[in-house]
Write a protein that binds this ligand. Structure first.
Ligand code: BDR
Ligand code: CA
Length: 324
């Protein structure tokens, strides 16, 4: 069994990603750590546990940090609805969160499970806090698949930034600089044709027609509306499930390359921008002194794998298979 930890600010697309992981037979989700982002931790935790309950599973859920390191919290009620689940007002889940806080839980779980796969679906506050307290966990994580960033600078919260990174850019910077083997799955990969179209959603509800298929579409009711009006995209964007699809089956990412990546924390217009050194232009030692790239170069070769393209039919097939 592959072991996986999911760090999430559970709202409607995180919910579908959790379902996908829990419905994959060779993956054991050894912990879900909850971070603030789309929702405060309390609501995100309820949403995570309800999503697991829909799968008939009870992975341990650990509540984590409720506010970014230094920024004011920013919730995505406008996008995911006041409950984060499309105003579906689902009943409270039976399962309670664990007593242990998410940050010590992350450290303990990673140390106890070398080779574990980490999938991050929210702001990186919990993960960064764990890395600051326990840098020894870096080589114990075999993959860190991250829904975050916008490699092509197509932002969804500002023109320059994607929501998860923008919420807590200082935390994201710590994670990118840590040496964790990040696979960056940017916002742009769920757009356009990768959206679930009206026909795709009809297929899920009418042909697959399982409780999980209905749940996955229904809880995204607000996201579908907001995506059309706010972002001008055709239907349902599922960034976290796209990242989870790549976590489950890395071949769904059809084009990727290794780069130095850092996060803009000081810019006026570019807070949270993921700056990808796509052409490897930061190689001149004279330009490096004191720059963020010096931090990266000191660690040797680039280690952040940027995903540039996905196989859209196969991403959708994997989603259909897991909800069926
Ligand atoms: C990310 O922000 C959240 O709204 C989604 O859950 C996803 O993790 C997309 O920018
Ligand atoms: Ca999320």
């Amino acid at each position: 069994m592959r072991k996986m930890i999911i760090d999430t600010d559970t709202a409607s697309d995180d919910a579908v990603a959790i379902v996908m992981a829990l419905q994959t037979p060779d993956i054991e989700v050894i912990g879900i750590t909850v971070v603030a982002g789309n929702m405060p931790v309390k609501q995100a935790s309820i949403n995570a546990r309800y999503s697991a309950q829909m799968c008939g599973k009870t992975p341990p859920v650990y509540d984590g940090i409720d506010t970014p390191f230094i920024r004011d919290p920013h919730r995505a009620y406008f996008f995911h609805g006041s409950d984060g689940m499309g105003e579906m007002k689902y009943p409270d889940p039976v399962q309670q969160p664990e007593a242990e806080h998410a940050v010590p839980a992350l450290i303990r779980l990673i140390r106890a499970n070398p080779g574990v796969e980490l999938v991050t679906l929210g702001p990186l506050t919990n993960v960064a806090a764990a890395l600051l307290q326990a840098p020894d966990i870096v080589p114990l994580v075999s993959r860190c698949v991250m829904m975050g960033g916008a490699a092509c600078t197509v932002g969804n919260i500002t023109p320059a930034a994607e929501f998860n990174i923008w919420c807590d850019p200082e935390a994201a910077r710590i994670v990118f600089r840590s040496g964790l083997p990040v696979e960056m799955v940017g916002w742009e990969l769920c757009r356009g044709e990768a959206n679930l179209s009206d026909a795709d959603m009809r297929y899920m509800k009418e042909q697959i027609n399982t409780p999980l298929a209905h749940f996955s579409i229904d809880c995204n009711a607000s996201a579908i509306r907001a995506n059309r009006t706010w972002l001008g995209d055709p239907a349902l964007p599922l960034p976290d499930p796209v990242a989870m699809a790549i976590a489950i089956d890395p071949t769904i990412c059809t084009q990727s390359s290794l780069h130095y990546v850092d996060v803009e924390c000081e810019g006026i217009f570019t807070r949270g921008m993921t700056v990808v050194d796509q052409l490897d232009v930061t190689h001149n030692p004279d330009d490096l002194a004191g720059s963020m790239w010096a931090v990266h170069r000191a660690k040797g070769k680039p280690w952040v794998r940027v995903c540039w393209a996905i196989d859209i039919p196969r991403w959708k097939s994997l989603l259909y298979k897991t909800v069926a």
